[in-house]
Design a protein around this ligand. Structure first.
Ligand code: AMP
Length: 206
């Protein structure tokens, strides 16, 4: 199966896509993780992407496409791509089977992002209120130190919500019209949202 997750920043799409990929036993791919990896490794593509990520803007399509599309496996759960209609049109070559849309209100988005901590080593994501690490500031999985993302600052969060509303929101209609959209309430705990997704997956399979 080829599954894509879309939704506003902070909607939990990375966390949920990773959990679903584990359940289905297929690769999890995060566009944001790939970009952050390229930036950390100081590659040429990373160098081109860095200032956009820091400003909360979308990286130019050409850059993200070069990083991502060349290496997609046959089956996957992908999050963070597409982020606009031109990217969705490109993804049609691969034709995702289902697109999960996690929706969440802006106050919840801001609250979640401001409490987010990430592990740059294994990419695990934590929330200091709802999903804290067992030891303060240390990743449960790999023991590395946790940090905040460079784009999880107050000003950048606002910018990212604007970018989402202007550039990514039209994707909802695009996939609704193609009858591939599965709309999931992204509010509540990680487990509650995961249960909603699994219910929807059961519906697909029966
Ligand atoms: P995320 O981890 O999905 O919140 O993405 C973090 C940042 O990476 C975004 O704010 C963009 O700057 C960049 N990014 C991630 N995915 C894409 C994409 N599909 N197209 C363009 N930029 C992206």
């Amino acid at each position: 199966m080829k599954i894509v997750f879309i939704g506003p920043p902070g909607s939990g799409k990375g966390t949920q896509a990773r959990m679903l990929a584990e359940k289905l036993g297929i690769p999890f791919i995060s566009a944001g993780d790939i970009i952050r990896g390229e930036i950390a490794m100081m590659t040429e593509l990373g160098g081109k992407a860095e200032r956009y990520v820091k400003n909360g803007e979308l990286v130019p399509d050409k850059v993200i496409i070069d990083m991502l599309l060349a290496n997609l496996p046959q089956f996957f759960v992908l999050e963070g791509f597409p982020r606009n209609i031109p990217q969705a049109i490109l993804l049609e070559k691969i034709k995702p089977d289902y697109v999960f849309y996690l929706y969440l209100e802006n106050p919840d988005i801001i609250q979640r992002i401001s409490k987010r901590k990430v592990c740059l080593n294994c990419k695990m994501v934590y929330n200091l209120s709802s999903n804290p690490p067992k030891t303060s500031n240390i990743c449960d999985i790999c023991g590395s130190k946790l940090t905040s993302r460079v784009d999880d600052t107050k000003g950048t969060i606002k910018k990212r919500i604007d970018v989402y509303e202007n550039e990514s929101y039209p994707l909802i209609d695009y996939y609704r019209k193609r009858e591939r959209l599965i709309e999931i309430d992204g509010s509540g705990s990680i487990e509650e949202v995961h249960d909603r997704i699994m219910q929807a997956v059961k519906g697909i399979r029966t």
